[in-house]
Design a protein around this ligand. Structure first.
Ligand SMILES: Cc1ncc(COP(=O)(O)O)c(C=O)c1O
Length: 422
C-alpha cells in the first residue's frame, strides 16, 4: 500500500522546493502507486466494489481499513479511492485524506465529526451559502449554534468566541463576494483560544497557498487543523464530477473524521475517483491559465463604465487584497463584478442573457466560462462595501479574447449608467 507523501514547503523567494527535491506537481504525476505486478501504466486502475472477499473468517475479523492496510467493503475504500486520497493529501501538503460524494458533503462531515450539541461554530459572513444554510437548519436542530463573523475583521471573530465555540471556518476568499480574509490572523486567534480551524480550500486548490504551511513569524508553524476541498472544481476540471475531500496532518483528527465518514456512509464511486485522477496531472496548467485569463478580464472590466467595482482578490483595491498578496502565489479564475447601482435588475438579467460564450450555470473550475447574477440582500449581514448588482464570472479555458468580445457585446445591451453628482 502506498503511503501519503508530505509536500515540500516551497522557498518563499523562488517558489522552488526548499530542499532541492522535485516540485510537488512532478511528484503528483510520478506518484508511488504501483499497479499489480506485470501491469505498469500511466493511470491507476479503476476498482469498483461493494463486496470485497476475505480469504477466511480470521481475515474478516481482523482486517482494518482505517490504516489502508486492507479492504473490507466498498464504502471504506478501494485501491482507486486510496490512491486518490493519497494524491489529494499530497496536493494540499497534508498526511491524511477522506473523500466524500460532494464538496458540501465534505463540509457537512467536518461539522458532524467535530461538533456536539451545545457547541458553537464560527462562520465568515461571506461563507459558501449552503454552509450557512446547514448551520441554520440541521446544526440548529441538533443543538449546535453558529455565529457569523466579518471576514475582513478578525476582531469581530474574537468578540464572538465563548466557552461553547469549538470550530472556526475560514474561506479565502468567499466565492461570491470575494473578500480575502487575513488567514494567518484568524488561525492565530483560533489557536490562542483553543478552537479548531477548518478552511475551505476550494479556491486555493492546494496551489495558491498551503493551508498546512501558512508561513508567519520565524519559529511559528501556522497551519489550519482541517482542510475541506470541493474536488468538483479544479481537481475535476471537467464540470462533470462531484466530490469533496477533508485533509488533515493530525492522525487523531483524521480518525475522528474517518469514523464519522464510516457512520454516515459517505463513500465515493470508482469512476468518479478515476475522473479526478485523470484530471489531476493538468491541474496547475489549468489553474494558471484560468488565473491569467481571469486577471486579464477583471482588469479590462474595471475600465468599463457599466462596472462599478471588480471584486478579484489579486486586484489592488479589492477587499482583502493585501491579505491575498501576503499569502498567495496565484489566484483561481473566478471573480465578481458589481454593475452600476443605477441599473434595474432587469438590465442585469439582460446582460447575462446576452452572453454567448459564457454560459449561465453554477460551479467553477471547468472548461466553460460561467456567469451567475446573485441577489446580495439575503446572502450578507453586512453589504455596505458591495454597492451595485453582483454578477459572478467563472473563467474557463476558452481564448481570453473571445471571452472579452462576448462580455463587450453583452455590456452594450445595458443603458448608460446614471452618475449621481458627488
Ligand atoms: C467554496 C465552495 N465550497 C464548497 C462547495 C461545494 O461543492 P460541491 O458543489 O461539490 O458540493 C462549493 C460549490 O460551489 C464552493 O463554491
Amino acid at each position: 500500500m502506498t503511503k501519503p507523501v508530505v509536500t515540500n514547503s516551497p522557498d518563499a523567494a523562488t517558489g522552488e522546493p526548499a530542499d532541492g527535491s522535485p516540485d510537488f506537481i512532478t511528484t503528483l504525476i510520478h506518484h508511488p502507486y504501483r499497479a499489480p505486478e506485470g501491469f505498469d501504466a500511466v493511470m491507476p486502475a479503476v476498482h469498483k466494489a461493494s463486496t470485497v472477499f476475505f480469504p477466511n473468517v480470521q481475515a474478516l475479523r481482523t482486517r482494518d481499513w482505517r490504516h489502508k492496510e486492507g479492504y473490507t467493503y466498498g464504502l471504506h475504500g478501494t485501491p482507486t479511492t486510496f490512491v486518490l486520497e493519497e494524491r489529494i493529501a499530497h496536493l494540499e501538503g497534508a498526511r491524511h485524506c477522506v473523500l466524500a460524494p460532494s464538496g458540501l458533503a465534505a463540509l457537512a462531515l467536518v461539522n458532524m465529526a467535530l461538533l456536539q450539541p451545545g457547541d458553537e461554530v464560527l462562520l465568515p459572513d461571506n461563507v459558501y451559502g449552503p454552509s450557512k444554510e446547514l448551520a441554520r437548519s440541521l446544526l440548529a436542530q441538533w443543538g449546535i449554534g453558529h455565529r457569523i463573523y466579518d471576514p475582513l475583521n478578525p476582531g469581530s471573530a474574537a468578540d464572538l468566541i465563548g466557552s461553547a465555540t469549538k470550530l472556526m471556518w475560514i474561506e479565502p476568499p468567499g466565492s461570491v463576494t470575494m473578500e480575502f480574509p487575513d488567514v494567518r490572523a484568524l488561525v492565530r486567534l483560533a489557536r490562542s483560544r483553543g478552537i479548531q480551524t477548518a478552511l475551505d480550500n476550494t479556491w486555493g486548490a492546494g496551489l495558491a497557498f498551503k493551508p498546512f504551511d501558512l508561513g508567519g513569524e520565524p519559529d511559528e508553524h501556522l497551519a489550519v487543523d482541517v482542510c475541506m476541498h470541493a474536488l468538483t472544481k479544479y481537481p475535476s476540471g471537467g464540470g462533470d464530477v462531484l466530490m469533496g475531500s477533508v485533509t488533515t496532518v493530525d492522525r487523531a483528527l483524521h480518525e475522528k473524521l474517518l469514523m464519522a465518514h464510516m457512520r454516515l456512509g459517505l463513500g465515493v464511486g470508482g469512476n468518479d475517483a478515476e475522473g479526478i485522477l485523470r484530471a489531476l496531472p493538468s491541474i496547475t496548467l489549468r489553474y494558471e491559465a484560468q488565473d491569467r485569463s481571469a486577471r486579464n478580464l477583471a482588469q479590462w472590466l474595471s475600465t468599463q463604465p457599466a462596472v462599478a467595482r471588480v471584486l478579484h482578490p489579486a486586484l489592488p483595491g479589492s477587499p482583502g487584497h493585501e491579505h491575498w498578496a501576503s499569502l498567495c502565489t496565484g489566484a483561481a479564475g473566478i471573480f465578481s463584478i458589481l454593475l452600476h447601482p443605477s441599473f434595474e435588475q432587469v438590465h442585469v438579467d439582460q446582460f447575462v442573457d446576452a452572453l454567448r460564450v459564457f454560459r449561465i450555470g453554477y460551479s467553477w473550475g471547468g472548461p466553460v466560462s460561467l456567469a451567475v447574477p446573485y441577489g446580495l440582500d439575503s446572502m450578507r449581514k453586512d453589504r455596505s462595501h458591495l454597492v451595485g448588482h453582483l454578477v459572478r464570472l467563472c473563467i474557463g479555458l476558452e481564448h481570453v479574447e473571445d471571452l472579452k468580445a462576448d462580455l463587450s457585446q453583452a455590456l452594450r445591451v445595458l443603458p448608460a449608467p446614471v452618475r449621481t453628482p458627488v
